[in-house]
Design a protein around this ligand. Structure first.
Ligand code: UD1
Length: 387
């Protein structure tokens, strides 16, 4: 007979995109509480209420059992600080495995500490590749995948990437997309964007927003840390807003850069609604009703594909090619003419229709739990046989 709680899984979150991904995993793990004991650790990479607390509340994520409280810093500082603070926690908890998500600094930091202590690493959202090593996330992805024992993928191209990098196929499981589990689970609760418009009062052209708008997000270092690129992008957004009013929730990194580079004057039009970072349900509602979305986010490329809303990606590449081949995404880069042509096309034709990719069906977290249970049972059997 199997002992109860065969798998003690230490789940790691750090930054905003991790929170949407952990919500269905924690929910499903709690439904398997006889076999899986889940502990939640937050590194503290994102800490502002708007970047953390509101997601935990809206998505009913349990409060983390442990908060390392690392905060912001350079990549080296942040990564090193997480590793230093994580090590004693790991020594104390001795989990069966550490589960990490996505590609943020918290992902690689905790995975690296765990693997060096002989604790298996489970990577959710493995195998995505932009093939752009200038992106900090690309480094985090490649390295985390190399040291993971179980790799869960969201699209089939990810498995091909992993196999090319020498990862054994028996470690790879195509399970679908936990971020889309969250989207489907919460779609009926999405906030109506009209409320945000009326709250803005006379600062915006109410009639224009109520007859259709575009949604903008920008936070990639390559776009916002470079003054020329940021100015080019904001200038183009300013002129697009004359065609289609734009809602722009601004990431803290971008807020800082806009101020530092003196670009505030590009966002003062009554056809641009500049907002602080929004909660999950507010973003979901704004995406759902938008005529188009302009973004450099990875997750939003997937969410717009799931919603069937046209997405124009302001990057030169994507690590999520299925959003282009099957979904509603067009990768245009930051050339102002190309952005304009893509906006014109979407406004004239309604944009790509797309279809929802395989296994983006709301059941990814359950598939993950099933694989983990079987894997943990296999380990126990092997240990018993060896002993
Ligand atoms: C991080 C991730 C990125 C992800 C993004 C989502 C890495 C390498 N990058 O980028 O992949 O798409 O999160 O948001 O892990 N700040 C605040 N409040 C906070 C958090 C950050 O004001 O709660 C400010 C700080 O000044 C900080 C800056 O934002 O220096 C950047 O934060 P950081 O976590 O380093 O990277 P992100 O740009 O958020």
């Amino acid at each position: 007979m199997m002992p109860e709680k065969i798998a003690k899984i230490l789940c790691i979150v750090g930054a905003r995109p991790n929170f949407m991904k952990i919500a269905p995993i924690m929910r499903v793990f709690s439904q398997h509480e006889k076999t899986i004991a889940a502990t939640l650790l937050h590194t503290g990479q994102h800490y502002d209420a708007a970047m953390k607390k509101s997601f935990f509340e809206q998505l009913h994520i349990p409060e983390p059992d442990i908060d390392l409280g690392v905060g912001s810093g350079s990549h080296a500082m942040q990564t090193a600080e997480i590793m230093l603070r994580f090590e004693p926690v790991l020594d104390q908890l001795k989990p069966t495995a550490v589960l990490v998500l996505g590609d943020v600094n918290s992902t690689i930091s905790c995975a690296l500490v765990a693997v060096k202590k002989g604790i298996p690493v489970i990577h959710v959202e493995a195998g995505l590749r932009s093939y752009d090593r200038g992106m900090p996330e690309e480094i985090n992805r490649v390295l985390t995948d190399q040291i993971s024992d179980l790799l869960f993928t969201t699209e089939r191209s990810a498995e091909a990437n992993l196999l090319r990098e020498g990862i054994a196929s028996e470690r790879i499981y195509f399970v679908g997309n936990v971020m889309i589990d969250t989207l489907r689970y919460n779609l009926d609760r999405a906030a109506e964007p009209g409320m945000l418009f009326s709250a803005a009062g006379e600062a915006i052209d109410q009639a224009a927003f109520n007859s259709g708008y575009g949604l903008v997000t920008l936070h990639r270092p390559s776009n916002v840390d470079n003054p020329d690129n940021l100015k080019t992008l904001l200038t183009r957004l300013n002129s697009i807003s004359e065609q289609l009013p734009l809602v722009f929730p601004v990431h803290p990194r971008t807020v800082q850069r806009i101020k530092e580079f003196g670009l505030e004057n590009l966002l003062t039009s009554s056809r641009i609604l500049r907002l602080p970072p929004q909660g999950y349900l507010q973003m979901l509602g704004m995406m759902k009703h938008a005529r188009l979305v302009l973004t450099d986010s990875g997750g939003i490329q997937e969410e717009t594909t799931a919603l069937g809303v046209p997405c124009i990606t302001l990057r030169e590449n994507t690590e999520r090619p299925i959003t282009v081949t099957e979904g509603t995404n067009t990768v245009v880069g930051i050339d102002p003419e190309k952005i304009q042509a893509s906006v014109d096309d979407v406004l004239a034709t309604g944009g790509k229709r797309g279809r929802v990719p395989e296994y983006w069906d709301g059941e990814a977290a359950e598939r993950i739990a099933q694989v983990i249970i079987k894997w943990a049972q296999g380990r126990i059997i092997k240990t018993q046989e060896a002993g």
